[in-house]
Design a protein around this ligand. Structure first.
Ligand code: OOB
Length: 537
């Protein structure tokens, strides 16, 4: 099994320790500490469950014992595909406690994606809920096991839930877990081809959410609600459920980000802070005008994952009666926040500034030379919680990191005084569809697998609601297939629904100058421009 690691050059690691960012804490360790300090404080609310910090630790112990009882060994990787239910936390903290490595996936992922994660991570177990949103995860698990022989165990939380009520033997933290070890694996947005695996260490991740919790003013009186899928880095750690637990706050797991469901939760639990992607923020603002629910407890609405346009950002305070916080982050590390006491102008027009004084942010032109403040350029970064390598992916590492360890974010930004960043666009060819990232290349490859597709190019098209939607330009081999049939074909390849092209446009040919693998980027750009020109007519 290929070792999972994430290492910083010793000089930088020493600096981060000296500065007090990396404190030697572990995921299991911090939760135990909180449970010792405030055992009876409510930690997690969701579904019909309401757990104290002591309950959460006990349930995590039970899961740790369950996993080790299956014969899993510390260091083994476990794919976790769970929605926003309390068991997400008992399972994940159970895995941490057992020294097992969660590999986080989204509930929307399907066979092709999970198979890829299972193979890349060499996972030996898969944790699911039986069904969610009408989808049968047991069926997916059965199919997965057929195709991935190394995946020996499937744990369905519905089957162990009842047993979790009975106290189990206390499972100690395996002595082998160090704060410099990889704690879990996150999944990249996948700008080129398939998603990459992002190993994060206890030290680096805990620093990012501890500092985030401070920036967001969380304490034991705060109530953080996860409305977005909790496996995503934003609701997980910015400050997310982990930051909230670190701060001794209450975590509310909302089963859906729909305004009616979420507003009921806000009213019931007196939620003080939550995070959304821009399209949902627009819907919430609309719904707030007529809601019967009392959402006055909400003090902070975070918006991130995709660009929030200033016109919409300016309306948050009046529409929802709370402070807006823009969040610009990435699963690879760097997270920027507007601060809660920033002037309106900064909160509305920028995506915030980095968490750490030691986040090194470089904005460079095509030749790699730094640009002046106010001028757009490519954002490169390194720091105490930004990774230095993806797992098991040399080509991606060669592309994504500079020789001196900067991560090429692919984002085009400009910097204003005080280090605030405004996102203007990106260099990569992915579609940011309502915060969900779709790799153009990945979808093109699926389209090309269809017998009637001679060539395909997938591009992002501006969309008033989604921010961007995906449009596939397709050259048919002979007779034109139906657009709906092609969409169904992509869906049948076992992909998350959000990756199915929103629109399919058939064309006879691509400009010859723009064809060929190396000029794919140019082709996509030309197609987008032509589409937008005709759309304006
Ligand atoms: C978050 O993480 P990822 O890994 O799904 O996506 C990262 C990318 C960024 O490189 C950028 O292209 C885009 O998403 N992005 C934004 C943005 N926040 C993220 N683009 C414009 N404005 C923003 N506010 O999306 C993520 C991770 C942690 C916290 C928040 C978001």
């Amino acid at each position: 099994m290929l070792e999972l690691k994430q290492e910083w050059p010793e000089e930088r690691a020493a600096r981060y320790r000296d500065a007090g960012y990396w404190r030697g804490e572990t995921m299991s360790g911090f939760l135990d500490q909180r449970a010792a300090e405030i055992p009876d404080h409510i930690a997690v609310v969701g579904g019909l469950e309401r757990w104290t910090y002591a309950d959460l630790v006990r349930k995590a112990q039970h899961y740790a014992a369950t996993f080790l009882g299956l014969g899993l060994l510390p260091g083994d990787r476990v794919i976790v595909q769970l929605p926003n239910i309390p068991e997400f936390l008992s399972v994940v903290f159970g895995l941490f406690r057992a020294g097992l490595i969660p590999v986080f996936t989204l509930p929307a992922h399907r066979l092709t994606e999970i198979l890829h994660f299972a193979e890349k991570s060499e996972a030996s177990a898969y944790v699911i809920t039986a069904t969610h949103d009408g989808f049968d995860y047991r069926g997916l698990a059965a199919e997965l096991q057929k195709q991935s022989p190394g995946l020996h165990h499937v744990v369905v939380v519905d089957d162990v839930r009842e047993a979790a009520e009975t106290p189990s033997a206390l499972v100690g933290l395996p002595a082998s877990v160090q704060s410099t070890d990889v704690a879990f694996v996150q999944i990249s947005g996948g700008s080129t081809g398939l998603s990459k695996l992002i190993p994060r260490t206890h030290d680096d991740y805990i620093y990012s959410f501890r500092a985030s919790a401070e920036i967001c003013g969380l304490d034991e009186t705060s109530v953080y609600m996860a409305a977005l899928p909790v496996a995503h880095n934003f609701p997980m750690s910015s400050p997310g459920v982990f930051g909230a637990l670190y701060a001794g706050s209450r975590v509310v797991l909302c089963p859906s980000p729909a305004a009616d469901v979420a507003f009921a939760m806000i009213e019931q639990e007196r939620v003080t802070i939550t995070g959304l992607v821009p399209p949902l923020a627009l819907l919430w603002m609309q719904a707030a005008a007529t809601t019967q629910r009392d959402i006055s407890s909400l003090k902070v609405l975070q918006v991130g994952g995709a660009k929030f346009i200033p016109e919409a950002a300016a309306r948050v305070k009046t529409a929802l009666g709370c402070t807006l916080q823009q969040v610009f982050g990435m699963a690879e590390g760097l997270v920027n926040y507007t601060r809660l006491d920033d002037p309106d102008d900064v909160v509305i027009n920028t995506q915030g500034r980095a968490i750490s004084p030691d986040d090194e942010v470089l904005i460079v032109d095509d030749l790699g030379n730094p640009v002046r403040d106010g001028e757009p350029g490519m954002l490169l970064t390194r720091g105490p919680y930004t990774i230095n390598a993806y797992h098991n992916d040399d080509p991606a590492n060669a592309r994504s990191f500079t020789d001196d360890g900067y991560y090429r974010t692919g984002d085009i930004v400009f910097r204003s005084p005080g280090g605030y960043l405004t996102v203007c666009g990106r260099t990569g060819d992915h579609i940011n569809r309502s915060g969900e990232k779709i790799s153009a290349e990945e979808i093109e490859d699926h389209l090309l697998a269809h017998a009637s597709v001679f060539d395909a190019a997938v591009v992002s098209i501006p969309d008033a609601y989604l921010g961007e939607r995906s449009c596939a330009f397709v050259i048919p081999t002979g007779e034109k297939p139906k657009g709906a049939a092609l969409k169904a074909f992509v869906r049948s390849r076992g992909l998350a629904e959000f990756k199915v092209p929103d629109q399919i446009v058939f064309v006879e040919a691509f400009e010859t100058t723009a064809v060929g693998k190396t000029s794919r980027k140019f082709l996509r750009q030309r197609l987008r421009e032509q589409f937008l020109k005709t759309a304006e007519l």
